[in-house]
Design a binder for this molecule. Structure first.
Ligand code: PHE
Ligand code: FE
Length: 289
């Protein structure tokens, strides 16, 4: 993720100058492939009727149902034809400027390890299942593909404007935890949700979280939780609308204005919110009690 702090300042031994490493697909053990298959089967069953159309189409056209951890060489051949994106392996979290540079050039940096069989639901760092199952299907969608590349350029700019906090929230509430209003109802598209067994139900079905209409400034002011389910989800009307709103807004004056305003705590509703569901916050309160 773009907003973490990173211990490393230069690529670790064995990595290329751009921080990438060879996926070295042949090194994955049968047990590691089985972890992927277990996670895949569990999620694939849950997602029809919950995940956005674009996500489900991506899963299909990229042939991600083929058993085992995907080989990036195979995946990239398909992705290149569809949207020009490529998945590149990195040894762990990379510095923000490296992350944005890859993204602006349509390189999606992905983890190079898979969680252990006894940790299917607990993750400290994104692994191949989160990165590939969660993110990559959306990269097969031409509009979302353009959005993420534009986001990379926006990141390079935000670094210079000391505004990563704000731009990082846009990533969080769209790329990681976004919802979309489709004709048949609300659907999930954020990678953090679609790759999570429990949050893929919570985000749509639970009465606890707020579900608010997407608004760039509102999103950028809103704090988020990294250690539990979200208390707010933001709903876009379409990927076209998301792309248009973000590309056509100059974020520099927006960042300047936001620096003079308070951040909004996770569960708070403020004046002007487009409230689709006002959350009970029972889940969060139950945890605190
Ligand atoms: N419009 C943004 C800016 O002025 C760039 C951007 C586009 C950021 C799309 C995110 C997504 O910085
Ligand atoms: Fe992610």
């Amino acid at each position: 993720m773009a907003t973490e702090t990173h211990a490393l300042a230069s690529p670790p031994a064995g990595a290329n100058a751009d921080w990438t490493v060879d996926q070295d697909w042949a090194r994955f053990t049968p047990e590691e492939h089985r972890v992927w298959d277990t996670l895949f089967a569990r999620q694939a069953k849950l997602l029809p009727g919950r995940a956005s159309d674009a996500y489900l189409r991506g899963l299909d056209v990229l042939k991600l149902s083929k058993p085992g951890i995907p080989d990036y060489r195979e995946l990239n051949a398909r992705l290149m034809d569809l949207t020009g994106w490529q998945v590149v392996a990195v040894p762990g979290l990379v510095p923000d400027d490296v992350f944005f540079d890859h993204m602006a050039n349509r390189h999606f940096v992905a983890g190079n390890f898979i969680r252990r069989a006894d940790q299917l639901d607990y993750l400290e760092e994104p692994d191949v299942f989160h990165d590939v199952f969660g993110h990559v299907p959306m990269l097969a969608d031409p509009v979302f593909a353009d959005y993420l590349a534009a986001y990379g350029r926006g990141g390079q700019r935000a670094l210079g404007l000391d505004a990563l906090k704000y731009l990082g929230r846009l990533y969080w509430y769209t790329v990681e935890f976004g919802l979309i209003a489709e004709p048949e109802g609300l659907r999930i598209y954020g990678a953090g949700i679609v790759s999570s067994f429990s949050e893929s139900r919570f985000a749509l079905d639970d009465p606890s979280p707020n579900r608010l209409g997407f608004d760039i400034a509102r999103v950028m002011r809103t704090e988020y939780r990294i250690d539990d389910f979200q208390q707010n989800y933001f709903v876009i009307p379409s990927f076209d609308a998301l792309l248009k709103a973000t590309v056509e807004t100059d974020f520099a004056p927006l960042y300047a204005a936001l620096k003079a305003q308070n951040d909004i705590p996770v569960a708070e509703i403020v004046e002007g919110d487009d409230i689709l569901t006002r959350g009970t916050q029972d889940y969060a309160q139950g945890k605190a009690a």
